[in-house]
Design a protein around this ligand. Structure first.
Ligand code: FES
Length: 84
């Protein structure tokens, strides 16, 4: 259990991840345990926590993916991190 909490602290940020989005499917890490932030690396299966949010990106260009895990609109940043 302590291991899980350490992962959340290590892999969550107080700002979004800005990525150059391509027209394809992405799996956004919802558990905070991935070593490949902000994307899922399958760690949620080992620690038994939240599954990733799978989304199809429709447009090419920058997208802001939540890094704090507190967004009300996962996987996208909605500005909640500014209130933390
Ligand atoms: S990083 Fe912006 S709401 Fe989480």
């Amino acid at each position: 259990m302590i291991f899980f909490h350490l992962n959340i602290l290590l892999n969550s940020t107080k700002s979004p991840f800005i990525i150059k989005g391509e027209k394809k499917k992405y799996a956004w890490c919802a558990c905070g345990g991935s070593s490949n932030q902000p994307f899922c690396d399958g760690t949620h299966m080992k620690i038994g926590k939240k599954s990733p949010v799978i989304f199809e990106n429709e447009k090419e260009g920058n997208i802001a993916l939540c890094g704090c895990r507190q967004t009300g609109n996962p996987p996208f940043c909605d500005g909640t991190h500014t209130k933390l």
